[in-house]
Ligand binder design. Structure first.
Ligand SMILES: Cc1cc2nc3c(=O)[nH]c(=O)nc-3n(C[C@H](O)[C@H](O)[C@H](O)COP(=O)(O)O)c2cc1C
Length: 236
């Protein structure tokens, strides 16, 4: 089925995009308004865009024709924290996405312990397995109410369980038990069904073809059994 975006309504376009590009990582953003009040909300139009320089982006939509509090705060203060969401924090994350009136402290509502950050004056969520302190590099005003944020990650708090070998910077994401966003309303997935598929070098690929083994990769299927949990699996 082909969809011409021009032929769809706004809601249809939105449903199509939300339900196809899945799973999406979730940025659980803490931010502060001009007077320092803390705001927490999740955003799944989010990803990292570069490792070095470490960059991430998110896109914050509108509510009733007005920018959301998170967008206002990021524009006002130029800094924020992206906290990643583990399975056991999903319920609290959902609470912080409730359409509360501006100024209500979602962190209190979801009983989140907020801890100080090091390089930004915005607190992080203490129970998040990974919190990224961010400073705005560029803002793109999409249509007066929607904001695209490109930011530098200036510091990362990572739970010790995810650090396999700091000398080699080996990080195992599975202990973080992160969730991803699927389609609406309210569908999520765990990221624990992992499998490994290394990319061959040009020489290895040529060797596979020469040995008549290219088909192994051409028709490769994800295994039914995954290595999830694998404490003894080398992941880096
Ligand atoms: C998992 C999840 C992902 C979301 N992703 C986005 C998003 O990418 N952009 C957006 O504008 N709203 C998103 N929302 C909705 C906001 O979290 C919600 O509007 C929130 O109330 C905004 O809070 P704020 O006004 O305090 O910034 C998402 C909600 C959930 C539950």
């Amino acid at each position: 089925m082909y969809f011409d975006m021009k032929a769809l309504t706004g809601e249809q376009r939105s449903k199509l995009v939300h339900s196809t590009v899945v799973p999406r990582p979730i940025a659980w953003v803490s931010s502060c308004n001009a007077s320092g009040a803390v705001n927490v909300a999740p955003f799944s139009f989010f990803n990292v865009m570069s490792g070095d320089p470490p960059l991430l982006c998110l896109c914050i939509g509108s509510r009733a024709g007005e920018p959301k509090d998170t967008a206002r705060n990021i524009i006002d203060r130029g800094e924020f924290v992206v906290n990643l969401v583990s399975e056991n924090m999903a319920g609290r994350m959902a609470i912080t996405s409730i359409d509360f009136e501006a100024g209500l402290n979602e962190a209190q509502e979801a009983e989140l312990e907020m801890l100080p950050s090091q390089q930004v004056a915005v607190p992080r969520i203490g129970s998040s397995p990974c919190s990224m302190e961010c400073k705005v590099r560029q803002l793109i005003d999409i249509d007066g109410v929607r904001t695209f944020v490109l930011a530098d990650i200036v510091g990362v708090h990572l739970c010790d369980e995810a650090v396999t070998d700091v000398s080699k910077m080996f990080i195992d994401p599975l202990p973080m038990a992160l969730i991803g966003r699927l389609h609406s309303p309210g569908w999520y997935c765990k990221v624990s069904a992992d499998f490994q598929l290394p990319t061959p070098s040009p020489l290895q690929w040529q060797a596979l073809k020469d040995q008549g083994q290219a088909q192994d990769l051409l028709s490769w299927q994800a295994p039914v059994q995954t290595s999830s949990g694998g404490q003894d699996v080398e992941r880096n």
